[in-house]
Design a protein around this ligand. Structure first.
Ligand code: ADP
Length: 487
């Protein structure tokens, strides 16, 4: 190959190289650009060689970077490698490139020319974006695992713990160094050998396993957990590791327990009067006689059933806030006196009523207030021995009217008092003795609140209890034209 041929082929190589080559003066004006660069940018050779500068092809931040960083660096070290720029093509399209430049200088050290090779970086940028995305995703996932209250661990194929999150430590209360290498079954001792073998079998065949278990904490205490085991499978389909996610289900277990307890109680409360009704009715049938006493028992058992069902319905409406009050101005003394007479008559107990001589007008729903005092007075009767005093005291001030129901009964332990107004709550000692489902005080409290008032309790075991209703004297409850107020 002679010199001309060599020159020719070098020129071809320059023109069609897989990268852009450009030569610029120190001020950036183009003196030469190869075909590849012209192709990429869409500019013709004339476009560029008519005084255009390399900086003119850059975005504004790119231009600033070129003048303040790129060129000074180039002057200082004579070369710059792999600097990313976005070049604007002729049609305005963006071309991400990596620029490698060398600075040629004259003998006196003055810069004469910049020779640059440019590589298209679109693929690389996309790839970098993907990596960045994947990295962000991984970080987010690891934050989820780190912050999760669930215990999340990775175990070896035989179940030895290798990695775990803070949730694992908090749930089982083991120290960091105690967990490493601990067997999962140490945390979940309720899994027996047979079960564990079955689980390993399922995991080995690629199946996830879910179950509930009793976990054991470092201090030996128990915790109800739901467990999910997932297999990590190697390239040959073999089990290489497993991940375990354990969630504290103490609360839902407790709800389940309460539900069962509630069902048992409700069945018992409904069953008792029903048995009485059935028994007495059958007796009359068998004997073929109409018996006054038995019919009275049937009527009273039916009333008891009716009241229970009404209370259950009212409680669920109060709970769902779907309930109407029908308030009007009424005399509190009158409402209380009627209830006292009623309960005294039904129970045969003496109830002392201490009330002001004049009317005590309040704004309220006669039926619902009557129900509140009935519940409080029935409790006073139910939870005090026959023959002990029951007093109802009405007092009145500018701001409020108060009704205190005072008994000398069994009293209530201090630790039960904060829960008394919760639905279905009953003091343990009361459960065996008196009938009831634990709705009376809940209903009373909600109804008094609906009237803008308060229900308070003071009690001492063995001495008796005082339940006090306070109602505002102002018209706190508003009424619409129909007289009903959705609460
Ligand atoms: P119930 O009487 O149906 O159990 P309540 O909601 O009326 O339900 O009362 C809740 C619990 O509060 C009762 O189980 C009882 O233990 C206690 N209690 C209520 N009133 C009295 C009272 N006057 N004296 C002692 N304990 C009471």
């Amino acid at each position: 190959m002679d010199d001309d041929d060599l020159r020719e082929s070098l020129l071809d190589l320059f023109e069609e190289a897989p990268c852009g080559y450009i030569f610029t003066r120190p001020d950036g004006t183009f003196t030469r650009a190869n075909g590849t660069f012209l192709d990429w940018s869409g500019y013709s050779r004339e476009d560029l060689l008519n005084g255009k500068r390399f900086q003119d092809l850059l975005t504004v931040p790119g231009k600033i970077f070129y003048e303040n960083q790129f060129f000074p660096l180039l002057r200082m070290q004579g070369f710059v490698r792999e600097v990313a720029f976005d070049i604007a093509g002729k049609e305005g399209e963006k071309l991400p490139v990596l620029v490698n430049s060398v600075l040629k200088t004259a003998e006196d050290g003055q810069p004469t020319m910049i020779a640059s090779a440019l590589f298209l970086a679109s693929d690389r940028r996309a790839y970098e974006q993907e990596i960045l995305h994947a990295q962000q995703e991984a970080e987010q996932l690891s934050a989820i695992v780190r912050l999760s209250a669930d215990a999340i661990t990775r175990c070896s194929a035989v179940g030895l713990m290798e990695t775990w999150n803070a949730g694992t430590r908090d749930m089982f209360r083991f120290g960091e160094h105690e967990i490493r290498g601990m067997h999962l079954r140490h945390l979940l001792p309720s899994i027996d050998d047979e079960e564990w073998r079955r689980m390993l079998g399922a995991l080995a065949s690629g199946e996830a396993v879910r179950f509930e278990a009793v976990g054991r904490r470092a201090d030996g205490s128990s915790i109800d957990v739901s467990v999910g085991l997932a297999p990590h499978v190697g390239p040959l389909g073999e089990l290489t590791a497993m991940s375990a996610i354990m969630r504290d289900i103490t609360e839902s277990k407790e709800i389940q327990r309460l539900q069962n307890e509630f069902l048992a109680m409700i069945s018992h409360e409904l069953g008792t009067p029903l048995t009485a009704i059935r028994g007495h009715a059958q007796l009359m049938l068998r004997r073929g006689v109409y018996a006054q006493a038995q019919l009275e028992t049937i009527v009273s058992a039916t009333d008891q059933l009716g009241r229970l069902i009404e209370d259950l319905l009212l409680a669920s409406r109060l709970e769902a806030d779907r309930f109407d009050l029908r308030p009007a101005e009424l005399d509190l003394v009158g409402v209380v006196r009627a209830t006292v007479d009623n309960i005294a008559g039904a129970s045969g107990r003496t109830i002392h009523l201490e009330a002001p001589d004049e009317r005590v007008p309040v704004w309220g729903d006669r039926l619902r207030l009557g129900q509140v005092f009935t519940n409080l007075l029935s409790n006073a009767v139910k939870y005090s021995a026959a023959g002990t005093d029951i007093t109802v005291r009405i007092t009145d001030s500018d701001l409020e009217a108060r009704v205190a129901v005072i008994d000398r009964g069994v009293g209530i332990p201090a630790e039960d008092i904060p829960h008394l107004f919760s639905r279905f709550y009953r003091v343990a000692s009361a459960r065996e003795g008196a009938q009831g489902v634990g709705l009376g005080l809940y209903i009373a409290d909600r109804l008094i609140h609906a009237h803008g008032g308060r229900l308070m309790v003071a009690s001492e075991v063995g001495s008796g209890s005082t339940f006090t209703v306070s109602l505002p004297r102002q018209r706190d409850v508003t009424s619409d034209s129909e007289g009903g107020v959705p609460l």
